[in-house]
Design a protein. Structure first.
Length: 200
């Protein structure tokens, strides 16, 4: 039985070297596979009687596995925070785009004696002469860019963490009130930012 344990342990140590590289390269999927492999190994040998040296070895592996689990949780939180931030930025850009359309309509419908004052206010806010085409294009492009950034971040979240994407998370991310999204983000734990290293 001990030879089987040592054979599996040595294979796991080799895998751990790859896991260290996965941490450096931020390779979520490979690190998750290493974590699963370690968990299965530890579960297989959990309730068997071992020599003291083997128990120490297994205890060290459990600590390493806890560290990997913490790394993965931190990476998930980091990705979720990023997605929420990009969703908020997209919603704000959409709001600005709608505001730009309303502002163009207001300028076109304003009395001629108010035009100079409104143009001066526009210059103060945007830093260029009022140009309805430019304002529309700029605000539309900004909203489109923010939408693409959000969708890319959300696709990455779904690709790396499919097991964490449920109806509740989808529903919360579909929210259209930036304040509510920011409030939700504030309730989430912050990702741990530190230099992760396995000790083998």
């Amino acid at each position: 039985m001990r030879s089987e344990l040592m054979q599996e342990y040595n294979a796991l140590r080799e895998r751990w070297k790859c896991a260290q590289r996965d941490i450096r390269t931020h390779d979520v999927l490979h690190l998750k596979r290493s974590s699963k492999y370690a968990r299965e190994f530890l579960d297989r040998w959990r309730f068997k009687h071992h020599k003291l040296a083997d128990e120490r070895m297994l205890s060290e592996l459990r600590d390493q596995h806890r560290r990997i689990t913490a790394i993965l949780e931190s990476w998930f939180l980091e990705a979720l925070h990023r997605v929420i931030d990009k969703r908020v930025r997209w919603l704000i850009a959409e709001h600005r785009f709608r505001f730009s359309v309303e502002y163009i309509q207001m300028m076109q419908g304003a009395r001629s004696d108010l035009q100079p004052r409104l143009r001066a206010l526009f210059w103060d806010e945007f830093g260029y002469e009022f140009d309805p085409g430019r304002l529309y294009r700029n605000s539309e492009a900004a909203a489109d860019q923010r939408e693409r950034a959000y969708k890319l971040a959300f696709c990455a979240l779904k690709a790396n963490w499919p097991e964490r994407i449920d109806a509740q998370l989808n529903s919360r991310l579909a929210g259209t009130d930036p304040r509510q999204l920011k409030g939700w983000k504030a309730t989430l734990p912050m990702p741990v930012v530190e230099c992760w290293k396995l000790t083998f």
